[in-house]
Design a protein around this ligand. Structure first.
Ligand code: FPP
Length: 245
């Protein structure tokens, strides 16, 4: 029986967040340069997006480039930015065919102009699609996001639009880059690393974490479905005890 057959479609998470890790190490095992790993990583992006949409996941958020990734060799950064442009261009048709809406979170203003422009065009061209929202976290870090939230909330207080006493979970939630999506119930990280790495720190508060040794370019639909079966076998207590659920 495949993992897909074992999934209970009535208990799917609405939102899956992914840290796509291991492209470089995957390339090394093939005796190739790191960019070869990223190119094959794009194939996994396609496969996982398709696999998630196929079973009815509503939101898929992929960590594609962190604020710390600018510190990589310039050649690799340039290659990743170029890859992003070609990927968005090449995948537009498929995204529309499958009614997938492209979205991005992060400090997008720092992206190279061509990357930014192509991304915005992709977002605009797919904005009416409603089967699944595919969000790319680009030049994103949770500390950046939370700093922005504090800045915006403080601004509203200063303008007299908000009382300090009224600042609560919902006010913060509404100021996040993910304000229009539910929090991820499941976070998957590939390549054997077991860290959150500055990813969606507020949103992952109650997420189930799933780690696999598989490098991202080898992560496929069955691996995704395996993660979902594992997730469905867990008891999510949200601070309560089993008997209360
Ligand atoms: C992590 O592997 C991967 C990244 C930092 C970039 C992810 C990018 C892609 C999958 C390709 C482009 C994506 C899109 C959406 C167009 P790593 O380089 O950190 O691998 P390592 O830990 O083995 O060095």
């Amino acid at each position: 029986m495949t993992f897909k057959d074992q999934i209970d479609l009535s208990k799917l998470p609405e939102h899956i967040a992914v840290i796509m890790d291991g492209n470089g190490r995957w390339a090394k095992t093939h005796g190739k340069p790191r960019i070869f790993g990223h190119r094959n990583g794009v194939k996994a992006v396609r496969e996982i997006s398709e696999g998630a949409a196929e079973i009815g996941i509503k939101y898929l958020t992929l960590y594609a480039f962190s604020t710390e990734n600018w510190n990589r060799p310039q050649l690799e950064v340039d290659a990743l930015m170029t890859l992003l442009v070609s990927t968005v261009r090449n995948e537009l048709k498929t995204l529309n065919k499958n009614s997938i809406r492209l979205n991005a979170i992060g400090d997008l203003s720092r992206l190279p102009p061509k990357t930014y422009k192509t991304l915005m065009e992709g977002i605009e061209d797919t904005r009416n699609n409603d089967r699944m929202t595919l969000t790319l976290a680009l030049n994103y870090s949770a500390r950046w996001e939370l700093t922005e939230v504090v800045r915006n909330v403080a601004h509203d207080v200063k303008q007299g639009k908000l009382n300090i006493a009224d600042i609560n979970d919902s006010v913060i939630q509404a100021a996040l880059t993910t304000h229009d999506m539910p929090d991820p119930e499941l976070m998957i990280r590939t390549s054997g690393e077991q860290r959150i790495s500055n990813y969606l720190l507020w949103q992952l508060a109650y997420a189930e974490l799933y780690f696999t040794d598989t490098f991202w370019p080898d992560f496929n639909k069955e691996e995704l479905y395996k993660a979902l079966v594992d997730y469905q076998g867990r008891e999510r207590r949200f601070g309560q005890i089993s008997e209360q659920l």
